[in-house]
Ligand binder design. Structure first.
Ligand code: BES
Ligand code: ZN
Length: 859
């Protein structure tokens, strides 16, 4: 193993002394679901490295009744306990000095099952009997294991866990490993003991106790795989089981290492702060990200389940078996899992063209990373709050995109060899980012560390400009891309693939050039023809944007058919970005997309849809009508070609495209006929036994909400509260933000602080803020209820509300938003909040710059 990097200053204040290290926890917990409390006992085998008078470890909101050290010969050192909840620590002062060597720490403690969806917490659901049922579950990452048991809650202090749960008869008890003993305690409860885990970090420990059902185990090459769910949902488990079985095999093969645990349970939890959590062998999920009926789900909903299952299973090796040394390394954990998720799902369902749709995720990162308030993917992390701020699109989507760029540049097999080498070298250990680059360098001989450092340790990304110079040759140079247009000397080592296609008679000859573009300009010889078509960023894997000189752009837009889908996507997305940065007028985007009437690729349409959607917000009256007219002219014929009914054997992306076109026409295009049809389809889809394609049904829900009144609203609330699947529930719930009437918007806002689960309410509020005509009144509500929002929602989710503010582009509202957050900062999410606010300023600038010229242009 490589030696640990020196600890950065500041980090030390938040790290435990290394004088005492745990090697094994024997942990027994007795949750009481009725009183929402738990008691626990632990015996932790520790190694004392030098004489100590006190043992310092992590604990938060626990009471400790007793603590003592037991020596190897049975000698006992009693401890008095000092708790410091602010520091998240307990200090156990020993009656005498403990000499170096092996000891066992005994602690008896108690705590509450909280309702903040972190630590050891309570989740509830209503059963078929109409009664409320309770379960207890855990969410420990990043630093909340300390809320459930006193521990050394740092990722490099790995230990073996032997967990025992004492639970009421009739309840299911799950933890990271298999059950090895299960016996009655004689008082109506059972003591369930689980096998030892491999040595692992505290943030991966999990326990779940409640009235859950389990599917029969599927044997995946010796690993039993199950889904756990609340009663009555077994019919929604098959897809996750199929995906997981595929992924377990795919990863064991890709990594070249067998699954590191002894079983896999995928557990659907009714209340969950994040999307899912990679606890070894006991992976927890939001219900909508695990339980799905493929026949009733949209392509997007189904793909999301596959993605999340793949992502968490990828972590079983990358994250659980090999773990970051400290939280600054979380990006690698999450970026890599996101990369592997896409790779695995692409293999699982090749027809989903997962690397093409990944383009949209790459774009979310390119969007944030064009801001002044962006950050490097990796930066020093001192406190747990710093670590919380790392779970964002830069970690996940930029991280995954730059790994994909590297993989494509090196070649998939060589990249995989590097990953295998890394995992083999570091299994059961902890690593820094550099360990990965060193391993891939060893496997490939390429300057991986130098290339990647430029992407990981500095924020932003390049705009690569391409022009033709005498020779003829293609001239390339890079400059940082920023929305604010400020000149910035940052440069990157840009792995670039350039394709030059030379039309020759009926066929055309293409040549791919692989170059590493550095800070200075580069050139590539071109054929002596003014018809040669150049695609910079061929294959679309680069984390960059491209700007073509007019003559190159002209050749490109006249030969759209020789571009691959992701390259067409890139052309649309890059054009949109240059509008946002002010380098091109908004009308240039409208003009470009008007050439895409024949387009068939989902991702390209999605990009067109989102750009036009923002432009629609800038316009009123006749100009808005003119844009609606353009939308109908563009998307109308496309929907007509597809019709409202899927053709026999039609592929899944086309089905989803139909849904996108319906929404685009029904909402953005304000198309009467489509609105009418959508209303009819929506009603039909509610009728027992009717069959409407889910993508069409889901689009019809949105369009119906947009045009609907109180009657539709009532029906939608009812559906949201009694839906047959988690996906349907969310479709109707989120549609409550799309109604175009002030009094209905008001009801939705109030619901978000009432009957809506706290796991969904922040996302619902963000949607309300994005409502074109009632976003401003939603903002007034959010502002007035901020104290309640802060108090009620899971701490990590409050910032999700602010995701919606970018849409509040009227200057007076935007100014109010800025002023409000200056007074109400979010310390856990300061960076992300700053990005939402800057992104809002980008939209305000767009409005001020482009609204009038665009209106003039359209009318
Ligand atoms: N490790 C994370 C869960 C997590 C996120 C814990 C933030 C603590 C803070 C998990 O692997 C993850 O990435 N979950 C994602 C879903 C995933 C498919 C992108 C999430 O929760 O959003
Ligand atoms: Zn993850």
């Amino acid at each position: 193993m490589t030696p640990a990097a020196p600890t950065p200053p500041g980090e030390l204040d938040h790290r435990l002394p290394r004088t005492v290290r745990p090697s094994r926890y024997r942990l027994e917990l007795e949750p009481d679901l009725a009183t929402a409390t738990f008691r626990g006992r632990e015996a932790v085998a520790i190694e004392v490295a030098e004489p100590v008078d006190a043992v310092v470890l992590n604990a938060v909101e626990l009471t400790i009744d007793e603590a003592w050290l037991e020596g190897p010969t049975g000698d006992r050192l009693d401890a008095t306990v000092e708790l410091d909840d602010d520091a998240g620590r307990a200090t156990l002062r020993l009656g005498a000095t403990a000499r170096p060597g092996d000891w066992t720490l005994h602690v008896g403690f108690a705590g509450i099952l909280n309702d903040k969806l972190h630590g050891f917490y309570r989740s509830t659901f209503t059963g078929a009997d109409g009664a409320e049922h309770v379960l207890a579950t855990t969410q420990f990452e990043a630093t909340d294991a300390r809320r459930a048991f006193p521990c050394w809650d740092e990722p490099d202090l790995k230990a073996v866990f032997e967990v025992t749960l004492v639970v009421r008869e009739g309840l299911t008890a799950l933890s990271n490993a298999r059950v090895v003993a299960d016996e009655p305690t004689g008082d109506g409860r059972r003591r369930v003991r689980f096998a030892d885990t491999m040595p692992m970090s505290t943030y991966l420990v999990a326990f779940v106790v409640g009235p859950l059902e389990l599917t029969a185990a599927v044997d995946v090459d010796g690993v039993p795989l199950r889904v756990a769910h609340v009663p009555g949902k077994e019919h929604l488990t098959a897809f996750a089981l199929d995906t997981a079985a595929f992924c377990l095999r795919f990863f064991a093969d890709y990594y070249g290492i067998p699954y590191p645990g002894d079983k896999v349970d995928l557990v659907a939890i009714p209340d969950f702060a994040f999307g899912a959590m990679e606890n070894l062998g006991c992976i927890t999920f939001r219900e909508a990200l695990l339980l799905v009926d493929p026949a009733q789900a949209t392509q997007a909903e189904l793909q999301l389940v596959a993605d999340v299952v793949a992502h968490e299973l990828a972590h079983m090796w990358f994250g659980d078996l090999v773990t970051m040394r400290w939280w600054n390394g979380i990006w690698l954990n999450e970026a890599f899992a996101t990369f592997m998720e896409t790779l695995a799902v692409d293999a699982f369902r090749p027809q989903w063209r997962r690397w093409v749709t990944f383009g949209l995720e790459r774009s979310t990162a390119l969007d944030v990373d064009a801001l002044e308030s962006t950050r490097p993917v990796e930066y020093p992390v001192h406190s747990p709050a710093d670590a919380d701020g790392m779970f964002d699109v830069l970690t996940y989507q930029k991280g995954a995109a730059v790994l994909r760029m590297l993989e494509q540049y090196l070649g998939a097999d060589r990249f995989r060899d590097g990953i295998r080498h890394y995992l083999r070298t570091h299994q059961h250990g902890n690593t820094d980012t550099t360990d990965l680059w060193v391993a891939i360098e060893a496997a490939t001989g390429e300057p991986v560390r130098r290339i990647m450092d430029s992407w990981i340790f500095q924020g932003g990304y390049p705009l690569v400009s391409a022009s033709v110079a005498a020779g003829p040759e293609l001239r390339l140079h890079q400059q940082r891309f920023r929305y604010d247009g400020v000149d910035d000397p940052t440069s990157w080592s840009v792995p670039l693939l350039v394709r030059v296609t030379e039309p020759a008679g009926d066929t055309s000859a293409a040549r791919i050039e692989r170059t590493l573009l550095e800070s200075g300009p580069a050139s590539i010889p071109l054929p002596d023809s003014d018809r040669a078509v150049v695609v910079v960023n061929a294959g679309g894997h680069g984390f960059l944007r491209v700007r073509y000189a007019p003559e190159l752009l002209d050749r490109l837009t006249r030969s759209l058919s020789i571009l691959s889908p992701i390259e067409r996507y890139g052309l649309v997305d890059d054009t949109w970005a240059s509008v946002l940065s002010g380098a091109a007028p908004a009308s240039s985007f409208v003009e470009l997309v008007s050439r895409f009437g024949e387009e068939t690729e989902l991702a390209v349409w999605q990009s067109i849809h989102s750009g036009l959607g923002l432009l629609d917000r800038l316009l009123e009256g006749g100009a808005r009508g003119a844009l609606q007219q353009r939308v109908r002219a563009l998307a109308g014929p496309a929907l007509e070609r597809l019709s409202w009914e899927p053709a026999e054997g039609e592929d899944e992306l086309t089905r989803e495209l139909r849904g996108v076109l319906i929404r685009m026409l029904g909402v953005l295009g304000n198309d009467d006929a489509v609105q009418e049809e959508a209303n009819a389809v929506q009603r039909a889809s509610e009728r027992e036994g009717s069959f409407v394609d889910a993508n069409v049904a889901a689009a019809a829900v949105v369009v119906t909400a947009f045009t609907g009144a109180a009657e539709e609203y009532e029906r939608f609330v009812e559906r949201a509260r009694s839906a047959a699947t988690p996906q349907e529930e969310l479709r109707y719930l989120y549609a409550l933000a799309e109604f175009d009437r002030p009094e209905l918007m008001q009801r939705t806002l109030e619901a978000s602080l009432d009957w809506v689960r706290t796991q969904s309410a922040p996302l619902l509020l963000a949607r309300c803020l994005r409502n074109r005509d009632h976003g401003a009144s939603a903002w007034t509500f959010v502002r007035q209820h901020w104290a309640e929002i802060s108090d009620r929602f899971p701490p990590g989710m409050i910032v999700r509300v602010a995701e919606g503010v970018r849409a509040l582009t009227r200057p007076e509202v935007a100014a109010d938003v800025e002023a409000f957050f200056a007074e109400h900062p979010l310390p856990r999410s300061a960076k992300t909040l700053a990005q939402h606010l800057e992104r809002l300023r980008v939209n305000v600038a767009l409005r001020q710059r482009d609204a009038a010229p665009l209106a003039a242009d359209l009318t």
